[in-house]
Design a binder for this molecule. Structure first.
Ligand SMILES: Nc1ncnc2c1ncn2[C@@H]1O[C@H](COP(=O)(O)OP(=O)(O)OP(=O)(O)O)[C@@H](O)[C@H]1O
Length: 297
């Protein structure tokens, strides 16, 4: 079975979009395919349909190479859909400045201070440059508030090269949020951190999201991370990649690290693990419909 077939569950209405609540979505894909050009064109994803509501936190998980980063690049406007329709905040092309991105590699400028790194996008992005130059004070206050919210109060003047990996990722998160984007895209931002630092960062991210409520799309290989943070988890799989399962995480918020040991949390992780395990085992995944008893909500 192809990924495209898996994304169209038996019994679902033609054109049905998983996650569609009947209101305009922050991110909407309808039957999207993305083909990379080159001597031999390569279709990375096909038949992807989903809708992410404003303020929703979604996680995308799945085996390496199934097209997770490709989807995030589509939302960021770095790629276009080869087939189907993709809308971000209602537009076919994302509005500049409405999206913030943080990748696994924090890529801070080592010679700049923490505060200067957070402010960097305002110096270079055409839509913010002028206002920032004319009146930097409110932006600096915003940067300080962001740094406070991720536990970096007092570190504003440190040089980036003086920071631990976890601190760098906190700065990375603040830098992605400095222009108050409506959509925050996170591509494995905690993948390179040790387990304890990663858990700390999960809680910092949950706090930031609770306070500011951007729409978040998080790519991760960590099923605990996905379950702890997300309202909805999409599992991708297949070649070309597609969505093989959507699962709503109905656990109460705010979520805690202690709660990750509770039975309902562990059960969510188990279901996700099984779905991905099926793919690794080469078995055909039985796709559970959007509101099915097995796969989700
Ligand atoms: N610029 C490109 N040109 C051609 N093929 C590409 C390009 N970028 C990605 N691909 C291919 O598209 C497929 C999906 O890649 P993508 O990076 O989206 O996967 P992923 O699920 O994010 O992987 P990982 O978990 O390893 O980061 C892969 O087979 C990859 O080789």
């Amino acid at each position: 079975m192809t990924a495209a077939a898996l994304t169209a569950p038996a019994g679902s209405a033609p054109g049905a979009v998983p996650g569609d609540a009947g209101t305009p979505g922050a991110i909407e894909f309808r039957d999207v395919a993305i083909t990379y050009g080159g001597k031999v064109p390569y279709t990375a994803v096909r038949g992807v349909s989903l809708q992410v509501q404003p303020g929703e936190f979604v996680a995308v998980v799945g085996p390496s190479g199934c097209g997770k980063s490709t989807l995030i690049k589509l939302v960021a406007g770095l790629l276009g859909a080869s087939e189907g329709t993709s809308r971000v905040l209602g537009s076919l092309r994302p509005t500049p400045g409405k999206v913030g991105i943080a990748f696994q590699n924090a890529s801070l400028l080592p010679w700049r201070s923490v505060l200067q790194n957070v402010l960097l996008p305002l110096e270079v992005a055409p839509q913010h440059k002028r206002a920032y130059r004319q009146n930097p004070a409110p932006y600096i206050e915003r940067a300080r508030a962001l740094l406070r919210s991720v536990g970096l109060e007092g570190a504003e003047g440190k040089n980036a090269w003086e920071l631990s990996g976890g601190m760098q990722q906190r700065v990375n998160l603040c830098r992605a949020l400095i222009h108050e984007p409506e959509i925050l895209l996170l591509d494995e931002p905690f993948g390179a951190l040790d387990a304890f630092t990663r858990e700390e960062l999960w809680m910092a991210l949950q706090d930031v999201w609770t306070q500011r409520r951007p729409t978040v799309m998080l790519i991760t290989h960590d099923l605990r991370e996905a379950t702890l943070l997300a309202d909805t988890v999409y599992i991708m799989g297949g070649r070309p990649g597609g969505i093989v399962m959507r699962r709503a995480v109905d656990l109460p918020r705010p979520r805690t690290l202690e709660g990750t040991f509770d039975a309902p949390f562990v059960e969510h992780v188990r279901v996700l693990r099984d779905a991905i395990g099926h793919q690794h085992g080469g078995k055909t995944l039985r796709f559970s419909p959007v509101a099915g008893p097995e796969g989700g909500a």
